[in-house]
Design a protein around this ligand. Structure first.
Ligand SMILES: NC(=O)c1ccc[n+]([C@@H]2O[C@H](COP(=O)([O-])OP(=O)(O)OC[C@H]3O[C@@H](n4cnc5c(N)ncnc54)[C@H](O)[C@@H]3O)[C@@H](O)[C@H]2O)c1
Length: 394
């Protein structure tokens, strides 16, 4: 086995995503024994006592703190995972960049394009590699879709459909957490879900240049949370004060790609029925490919003679063989994060950007920003081009 570099990990916020990041770092060692780096879980920060206890007892962090600044300052912390609510992303990311520490940040990276640009530029100026939680691009089926586009097997791409429908806010009793407040979250479903779709579309088909969009809020009032730690799926008080939902539940976009392809994208956080139906469909003159996260390992591929075949992802799809030896044994969400963690650790050791980058997140934020402008202006809006985004090289 080649010599492996030990990388000290600091984690800021031990909520849903923080726990997934920590598990993913640990899993790199077993799924990628040839990785040039292995992670050591050094320090985790959270304001919640329970979360800190979980970080040391279950996840195995050597120390914990309530103050995230101590994580950044810790001399044994080489890289930082930023899994805070959106309103803390900028402050933590800028501090990590100032300390010269590469970071893996959750999406949406900033509360808008301006903040995302600031974070991406800080990383570039600090000369650090980054990673962003665009986990769906790591699905082996998406890797195959990208190959099919790049090899020309689908012919010139004509149109793309991306649809991200979720029900996590479908219950009107769901608490008015930070996610529904513009000052704390930025946009609503656009940043939370559609940014994943924007990245998937750009990762597979290339950059989006123009957008026409509408957005809507369907649930305009929600009960206030009963405790400060309310998360994605928490219900509010049954009776009591309510507050205003400030950002969109739904968005629909028409898009034009630089390649000449066109597309439609939509996303809802209040769809009753689909739980996490995150679908990517790419149509070309010779064939098409369709994939849905809820059928993670079952892309459908068609050519002009045969129509659709459902193909089980297997060892020759992306990094599938790192997880299972044969077709039909499914991978899951944590595995996508393990691929992301491995790309991040390799990026750090090799000094080159392999994981989805802060510039990619800024690029997705520019699509969200153009969609919000289009919703206001009721006209087409251009998407600002982002230097350094790896999604633009098709
Ligand atoms: N990549 C994905 O698919 C995906 C999925 C879900 C969430 N996310 C993103 O991950 C981020 C976190 O979301 P989540 O669902 O894990 O949230 P969560 O509510 O589960 O966890 C947030 C954590 O932050 C902690 N926290 C709050 N203030 C803090 C502070 N000052 N210092 C340290 N910790 C603090 C809370 O105590 C909590 O433990 C968000 O940006 C979200 O958009 C990404």
């Amino acid at each position: 086995m080649p010599a492996q570099q030990h990388i000290g990990v600091g984690l800021v916020s031990v909520g849903w995503m923080g726990r997934v990041h920590a598990r993913a770092y640990g899993a790199v060692r077993v799924h990628y024994p040839d990785s040039p780096a292995v992670a050591r879980l050094v320090s985790a920060a959270d304001v919640s006592d329970d979360a800190r206890a979980y970080a040391s007892e279950a996840l195995g962090f050597a120390r914990t703190t309530a103050d995230w600044r101590e994580v950044i300052a810790d001399p044994e912390v080489d890289v930082v995972s930023i899994c805070t609510p959106n309103f803390l992303h900028r402050e933590v990311a800028l501090a990590a960049a100032a300390a010269g520490k590469p970071f893996w940040i959750e999406k949406p990276m900033g509360r808008g394009a301006t903040e995302s640009a600031e974070i991406a530029r800080a990383a570039t100026e600090a000369g650090i590699v980054t990673s962003v939680g665009f986990n769906y691009r790591h699905a082996p089926a998406v890797a195959r879709a990208r190959e099919l586009v790049r090899s020309g097997a689908l012919g010139p791409i004509t149109n793309v459909r991306v649809s991200l429908l979720a029900d996590y806010s479908a219950d009107p009793r769901g608490a008015l957490t930070w996610r529904f407040q513009t000052g704390l979250a930025g946009s609503g479903v656009l940043g939370d879900l559609l940014s994943h779709g924007a990245d998937l579309a750009q990762y597979t088909v290339g950059s989006i240049e123009e957008v026409s969009a509408l957005t809507e809020r369907f649930i305009r009032e929600r009960p206030l949370p009963t405790d400060a730690a309310a998360g994605h799926f928490s219900l509010g008080a049954e009776s009591g004060p309510t507050g205003t939902v400030e950002n969109e539940d739904y968005a629909a976009l028409l898009v034009r790609f630089a390649s000449g392809a066109v597309g439609v994208m939509d996303s809802s956080r209040v769809a009753v029925g689909p739980h996490a139906e995150y679908a990517l469909e790419i149509y070309g003159t010779l064939g098409s490919v369709r994939w849905d996260f809820q059928r993670l390992n079952e892309p459908q591929i068609a050519n002009s003679r045969e129509g659709y075949r459902t193909v089980m992802a297997g060892p020759d799809f992306g990094d599938f063989s790192r997880f299972q030896p044969g077709q039909g044994t499914s991978m899951g969400f944590d595995d996508l994060k393990t691929i992301e963690a491995q790309l991040f650790l390799r990026s750090v050791v090799e000094g080159r950007q392999l994981a989805p980058s802060a510039s990619d997140a800024w690029s997705a934020a520019e699509i969200v920003s153009a969609a919000l402008r289009s919703d206001e202006s009721r006209s087409w809006e251009s998407v600002a081009r982002v230097e350094g985004s790896t999604t633009l090289d098709l």
